[in-house]
Design a protein around this ligand. Structure first.
Ligand SMILES: Nc1ncnc2c1ncn2[C@@H]1O[C@H](COP(=O)(O)OP(=O)(O)OP(=O)(O)O)[C@@H](O)[C@H]1O
Length: 339
């Protein structure tokens, strides 16, 4: 869905959402001024089939907060309910129950919506527009105009490295360039917060790194970033805090530093020229020994075992290539908590 489609769909849905929300605990309320997103018990069910008899509970009572100035990761496997939550948050669809606040205002709030830049999943841009036209159009929809808008459109296209193709029709752009054009559109109105649904999808490793750097740069300029992904390493490399969703429910939420135990789980010692006798001796001493290409990797737990292994290796004339302490990763967290 393009930003343009998103905007028009939002206008239609917003009315419905407002009507549905009116009977609940509606209205704006006093909230923590640093909680730019406050989601409380949000749920969404879809009814499928001709007679609407089959119910899909896409989101089942999700709650979390995003604070000013942080990079917040919204993580979960395919089908976990990330996009559905983001659609409710941005006012594109109305929740079945629960409520969400943006900048302290109950969603849907046109004022709050104006303060966010939104990148939908797989942004669709009308193929005969150019990036410059599309980004300018999005700026106009946000109330910008004139030379200031022209300048800002080129500035954000430069930022996302699409300026060289600013006047090329979108249908001639690669998926990565299209994704960046979507990002430029999200940035054009200088929003306080970015809501990005899978911003790294479809990008090659260089493109992913560039988008990561861009997100860091935007945060350094004071923007708050909320992004969804199903890729653990993206979250680990970038986020201050994270909420992990599975089958429509929050399974883990908190700061990455708190969630990932800082202690060393094990140490990997990489050796060259390890003899068969050394390998057997290490295995007998309880180490896990694996051959990889022309090196041997020995996995041990505890400082005493590290020292013993190094001594044995040096005594047998093996060469120590690398000693790497392994700390817990998000993947370990997934396994630990059997998410
Ligand atoms: N409009 C809809 N009608 C019916 N079911 C839907 C609709 N939108 C989403 N769903 C279902 O709701 C569940 C959650 O989907 P959602 O797209 O929110 O997941 P997601 O975490 O964003 O996944 P992905 O990473 O694949 O985009 C899925 O089972 C999906 O099929």
């Amino acid at each position: 869905m393009s930003e343009v489609d998103a905007v028009s769909e939002a206008a239609v849905e917003e009315q419905g959402a407002r009507e549905e929300g009116a009977t609940a605990s509606g209205g704006d309320r006093k909230a923590d001024p640093d909680a730019l997103i406050d989601v409380r018990g949000l749920a969404k069910s879809f009814w499928l089939g001709l007679l609407k008899t089959k119910r899909v509970d896409a989101v089942r009572g999700v709650s979390f907060e995003v604070r000013r100035g942080e990079i917040f990761g919204f993580l979960g496997p395919n089908g976990a309910g990330k996009t559905t939550t983001i659609k409710m948050l941005t006012g594109l669809i109305a929740p079945t129950s629960g409520e969400a606040y943006l900048f302290g205002a109950r969603v849907p709030s046109p004022e709050a919506r104006r303060r966010i830049g939104f990148l939908p999943e797989n942004p669709y841009v009308y193929p005969y527009l150019t990036p410059r036209e599309f980004v300018t159009l999005c700026g106009r929809l946000s109330g910008m105009s004139g030379a200031k808008l022209d300048r800002r459109a080129m500035e954000v296209l430069e930022q996302v490295k699409v300026a060289y193709a600013a006047d090329r029709q979108v249908r001639r752009l690669s998926k990565g360039m299209l994704q960046r054009t979507g990002l430029a559109a999200a940035l054009v109105a200088d929003p306080e917060m970015l809501i990005l649904d899978e911003p790294m999808s479809g990008l090659d490793p260089v493109g992913r790194k560039e988008v990561r750097d861009l997100i860091f740069a935007e945060r350094d300029q004071g923007r708050t970033i909320f992004f969804s992904t199903h890729i653990l390493s993206d979250v680990e490399a970038m986020c201050d805090r994270v909420t992990i969703l599975r089958e429509g429910k929050v399974v883990v939420s908190g700061s990455l530093r708190q969630l990932l135990r800082g202690e060393v789980l094990r140490t990997d010692i990489t050796l060259a020229h390890a003899s068969d006798a050394l390998k057997s001796a290490l295995e007998e001493a309880g180490a896990r020994v694996t051959r990889r290409a022309d090196v041997t990797v020995v996995e041990v737990e505890g400082d005493a075992r590290v020292r013993d292994t190094l001594e044995m290796a040096l005594r047998s004339d093996a060469q120590v290539i690398e000693v790497t302490p392994r700390r817990e990763t998000l993947e370990d967290l997934f396994l630990r908590d059997a998410l």
